[in-house]
Design a protein around this ligand. Sequence first.
Ligand SMILES: *Cc1c(COP(=O)(O)O)cnc(C)c1O
Length: 717
Amino acid sequence: MKKTKEYGGIDYFRIIAALLIVAIHTSPLASISNIADFILTRVIARVAVPFFFMTSGFFLFSNGSAKEEKIKRFLKKTSVIYLVTIVLYIPINFYAGYFYKKNLLFNIIKDIIFDGTIYHLWYLPAAILGVALVSLLIKYMSLNRAFIISCILYFIGVFGDSYYKIAAKSAVIKDVYKVIFIFSDYTRNGIFFAPIFLLLGSLVSKNINKFKKKEGLLYLYIFVALMMVEALLLRNFNLMRHDSMYFMLIPCMYFLFSLIVSYKVSSRKEFRNISLLIYLIHPMVIIMIRGGAKFLGMKAILVDNSIIHYILVTLCSGIIAVIIAYYMDKKKDSYPKNSKNKNSKKTCRSWIEINMGNLEHNVKELKSVMPKRCKFMAVVKANAYGHGAIEISRHLNRIGVDAFAVATIDEAIELRKNGIQGEILILGYTDVSRANELNHYHLIQTVIDYEYACMLNSQKKSLQVHIKIDTGMHRLGIPVEDIDKISKVFHMDMLKVTGIFTHLCVADQLDEEAEKFTKEQIDKFYGLLNRLELSGITIPKVHIQSSYGLLNYPQLTCDYARIGIALYGCLSTWEDRTRIGLSLRPVLSLKSKIAIIRNVEKGEGVSYGRDIHVTRDSRIAVLPLGYADGLPRNLSDGTGSVLIHGTKVPIVGRICMDQLLIDVTDMPKVKTGDIATLIGIDGKEEILAANLAKKAGTITNELLSRLGGRIERVYLK
Ligand SMILES: *Cc1c(COP(=O)(O)O)cnc(C)c1O
């Protein structure tokens, strides 16, 4: 598999951040200069923990929306790690007399929720609490409000931390903080500290395309310098209670993280576990080194010399972390992966194979005939034409496609919940009462007619829309003649019109009449745009072509092309010729494994109805695939065929709901467990989806989109 080049910078910085955290706990420069140590460990190294929060925010709340699945996984994983580490450190708690303190139960609860049962562990409960809090905020309010609230929380936090002695000048405020400190030793916790950085991570993911490295670096220098000044002043005037929260930390982190993300290097997955392990075990290592040094009588060198001490702690923690990570990785590999196992061809009855390489090839081919400024909008409705919408969209995201179209709001939400980024246009009708979801998930709704626009506007939710214009298909859209109504939509206060489009209905046909009609559709549409522009309306993004529109009318210059069937490497019908011929490669294959083979005597009937009687002694194989899986029933009785060992054999008898029969009499070598190809290549033979569709009296689009959810999909990279 290719390594993703995307956010490798984050992986590298994880190691740097872990080493900075070790520095905070060992004060490497203390034996040289107090002020130098302060600047390193209390100012510079303070970027480490916010960096980890921002990383979580960047992935869990990318583009300002909560990725529910990922969040659940994150909370679960972090809780397990937290629990294991708590248990790991219990002996040290004992040694330190933790269990002999007063109010033990209260302390335990408070430590588990806020402070961590060992001083460095506070990060884990803060991550859990922070992520939970931000998820709730985003769920119930706009991103801006959530941001303001977390800023306020941070503000409260700062005055309980490095600005405490200013706040404590007022007796009332001091009392408020006293109450806070009953529950949490510091304000640097999951409520006052984590949320702002989680959201900052989300903000970076939103703005990363606009980020300019050079300027960013300059700003980073400036804000780091300002943060140093801030910290030194606070220290000089003795205003601090604790030293981990500064105002300048926020802009510093924004620019630092943006730089890290825009640094394009290969990702290093192994660094993720190693950095986490260094973080988790280094306090243990510190204790061991101190004990060991005492025992050896080498305390002066190994502990009191702060630089040597730091290097020793880092080295030992690093080595132990690498070893543990190595064994964790090995163990993972030696187990069959549960979810993957389900998808393995070995255990499936029938499966769909999706070739991602072919998908990438098709995107490249199609893009090569699109004008530069035209964006590829991948149509992934109906489970990406049966290919699996989430996996297909994820892969497209990875290779830079960031505009998608679906038919329904639920398809769109499913994509968002699975972390798909970029624009998602809903092509069809959505009940207007779901406006809040459109807004929440940042979806673009199609205005399907004027009355619909009015109703949508009255929902009082600010919404992004594309206006659909009916230029002759007479399905959805405001009639192209209704220019007054169309301009009114542009002026509706809740609707932000970011696109306008039409759909061609005979672009697949190249006869004279069809071409004339298509040209009329195109002319009417552009005529409308001209008139709108003359009336002072700024024309938003424009799109017209779907697959055939692009392949037959490539000269149109639009802002998007909505590509469905061609993306999957097919044409709708077998005979179709298009004006430009691209070498598209089918992405999907359909395969099934022979369940049993039986001998049927001459004259016996097979399958329901017994209307087919074999005319010779036959070997009949059963494939566990039927019309409930999406294979059309009218391929029964020899209409359809399958490939086996590179040879075509006929389907016999009626196709059933869950299985079908094939005649393998002429192929004595065929045995149970052999693989039959219903769509795809086997040896020199190929069955095209379009071919099968033709035999079933339909088009490729229908055949593929109906391939059911009961069949596993296996993704080949
Ligand atoms: C489905 C759909 C498409 C994609 O069509 P293909 O022919 O599969 O490329 C484009 N635009 C609209 C409006 C659609 O409904």
